[in-house]
Design a protein around this ligand. Structure first.
Ligand code: DLL
Length: 435
C-alpha cells in the first residue's frame, strides 16, 4: 500500500519544484533565526537568495556533528523553546550528546513519514507490532510508535530488554511485526529457542522493520530464515528527524525510498566534499526541507551510500538510497589497509559452523597493528573436538584474508559467550593508542 501517493508518486519535475520552494524557505529561515547559520553563510559569502536551482545548494556550507555539539543543547534551534514539544538526544558515546527538538508540526510530519515507511514495508492496520527499541531519548521507539499508530496498527510498546518476557508477549499477544535492531531481534530468536520455542513455527511474526545499525544481506537472510519473516531496512538519524527518512519497499530490496519532499539528499566525496553523481558511492549529506525546530543545511551524516534516481516497480517516484553499509568513521585502517566491519560480517555469515555473533578487536603489537576477529561457534558445531575447531578457525581466517587483503587473527568462542547487544550492536573495539 502507498500511504501518500500524492507525494510518493509525484512526477519528478513537480517534486523538484516542491523541493526548490521548500529549500528556499529553509535557507531563509535559518539565516534569519539561527545566528550560527547567519555567520556561516556570511563567512562563505552566500545569501539565501543566491539559490536559484537545486544544484545551487552546493554553494552553501556543510553542517557537522561538531556544530551541534558546540551549540549544545539548544543553540541551533530555530524556534523558541516554548514551541518545542519534544526533545530527543543521541547517546553521545563520544563527547557531548546531540540534542534534537520537535515542534507540534515536526511531530506530525514525523508520524506521517513513519507511516509511509511502515506501509511501504507492508504493515497494515491488521498487524500487531511489537516495538523492541528502547523508549527514551533514542528516536527509534517513539518515532516508530506514533507512525505505526497513525497507520492504524496495534502497537505494543515493549521497549528493549527482558528478552524472555518479549518472547512471551510475542506468543501471547500474537505479534505479527517486530521492530528493532537486527542484532537484538537475532538475540530474541535465540532466546525463544532457549525457551523451547521455534520462532518460525511457533510464533506468528511475518515481518521485521529493522534499522538504526548497519547490517549485511547475509544477516537479513539469517533473520528471515530464523523467523520465517520478511526483513526490511529503514534508515534515518536523529539529527534530521529519526526513523522515517527512508525505507525499503517490497519491490526493490537493498534500496530505500527517500522522503524527498522533506529531505534533500546529496552524495559527496568524504575527503573533498565535492558532489558525486548518481550511482557513485560517497558520504550521505542531508538538508531538511520542512523541519521547524531544528532545520539543518547540508548535514554530514558520515554514512556511506549512493543514490538511485530511476523509478521503482512499486510505483513510487522518489529516489532511493542504497543500503547503508558503514560510516566514514567506522572504517578501520589496519596497517594501512582499509577495512569495513560490514565486509567482515558478510564473510562470517557465509561460513557454516559459526554463529552470527562476532566482535572485532584492533590493537598494536610493537609497531604493528593487528586485527582479531572473535566469533562464536554455532551450538551444533561445538563438538569439543580440538581438530575440528582448529580446522574451522583456519577456514575463517583464510576466507577473511582473501577479502580483507590483510591477515587477521581469528579466535573462536564458545556459543553464547559474547555479550548480546540490546540496542545498537558495538562490533569494534579499538585498543590502539589515539594518535
Ligand atoms: O538510529 C534512527 C533510526 C531508528 C533509524 C530506528 C531507523 C530505525 P541515531 O541514533 O541518531 O538514529 O543514529 C543514526 O545510525 O547515522 C547511521 O550511522 C546508523 N543507522 C541508522 N539506520 C541505519 C540503517 C537512528 N538502516 C545513525 N542502516 C546513522 C545502517 C543505520 N545504519
Amino acid at each position: 500500500m502507498i500511504w501518500d501517493p500524492a507525494h510518493e508518486c509525484m512526477a519528478r519535475e513537480e517534486l523538484r519544484g516542491l523541493q526548490l520552494a521548500r529549500l528556499r524557505e529553509t535557507l531563509a529561515r535559518v539565516y534569519e533565526r539561527v545566528p550560527f547559520y547567519r555567520r556561516l553563510f556570511d563567512e562563505r559569502g552566500v545569501k539565501p537568495e543566491d539559490l536559484k536551482t537545486l544544484e545551487d545548494i552546493r554553494r552553501f556550507p556543510f553542517t557537522t556533528k561538531e556544530a551541534l555539539r558546540d551549540h549544545y543543547p539548544y543553540g541551533l534551534f530555530a524556534v523558541p523553546l516554548k514551541e518545542v514539544v519534544r526533545l530527543h538526544a543521541s547517546s553521545g558515546t563520544t563527547g557531548r550528546p546531540t540534542v534534537v527538538g520537535y515542534t507540534k508540526k515536526d511531530l506530525e510530519t514525523w508520524s506521517e513519514l513513519v507511516a509511509r515507511i511502515a506501509a511501504m514495508a507492508g504493515v497494515s492496520p491488521d498487524d500487531v507490532v511489537q516495538i523492541t527499541f528502547g523508549y527514551g531519548l533514542f528516536t527509534g521507539a517513539f518515532g516508530l510508535h506514533y507512525g505505526l499508530e497513525k497507520l492504524g496498527a496495534t502497537v505494543i510498546p515493549a521497549s528493549v530488554g527482558n528478552s524472555e518476557r518479549q518472547v512471551m508477549i510475542m506468543r501471547d499477544f500474537g505479534t505479527t511485526v517486530l521492530v528493532g535492531t537486527p542484532s537484538y531481534v537475532l538475540h530474541l530468536g535465540e532466546t525463544a529457542r532457549a525457551m523451547g520455542i521455534e520462532p518460525r513455527e511457533q510464533l506468528s511474526v511475518r515481518l521485521g522493520l529493522f534499522g538504526a545499525e548497519a547490517w549485511s544481506e547475509e544477516m537479513r537472510r539469517e533473520l528471515e530464515e530464523m523467523w520465517g519473516m520478511r526483513a526490511t531496512d529503514n534508515y534515518g538519524l536523529s539529527e534530521v528527524m529519526g526513523p522515517g527518512v527512508c525505507g525499503e519497499c517490497l519491490s526493490s530490496p537493498g534500496t530505500m525510498h527517500i522522503a524527498e519532499d522533506h529531505f534533500l539528499v546529496e552524495i559527496v566525496d568524504p575527503e573533498t566534499g565535492e558532489p558525486l553523481d548518481y550511482g557513485q558511492e560517497g558520504e550521505v549529506v542531508i538538508t531538511t526541507l520542512t523541519k521547524e525546530a531544528l532545520p539543518l543545511v547540508r548535514y554530514r551524516t558520515r554514512d556511506i551510500s549512493l543514490l538511485y534516481p530511476d523509478p521503482c516497480p512499486c510505483g513510487r517516484t522518489t529516489a532511493r538510497l542504497r543500503k547503508v553499509v558503514g560510516r566514514t568513521d567506522d572504517m578501520l585502517i589496519v596497517s594501512g589497509v582499509n577495512v569495513f566491519p560490514s565486509q567482515i560480517e558478510s564473510v562470517l555469515m557465509q561460513i557454516e559452523g559459526i554463529a552470527p555473533h562476532y566482535q572485532i578487536v584492533v590493537g598494536k603489537k610493537g609497531y604493528l597493528d593487528y586485527l582479531e576477529v572473535q566469533v562464536e561457534v554455532a551450538p551444533e558445531s561445538f563438538t569439543g573436538n580440538y581438530r575440528d575447531l582448529e580446522a574451522l578457525e583456519e577456514k575463517v581466517r583464510r576466507r577473511l584474508a582473501a577479502v580483507l587483503s590483510i591477515n587477521p587473527r581469528v579466535r573462536l568462542l564458545e556459543p553464547c559467550s559474547l555479550e548480546r547487544s540490546q540496542g545498537k550492536a558495538k562490533r569494534v573495539i579499538d585498543n590502539r593508542p589515539r594518535a
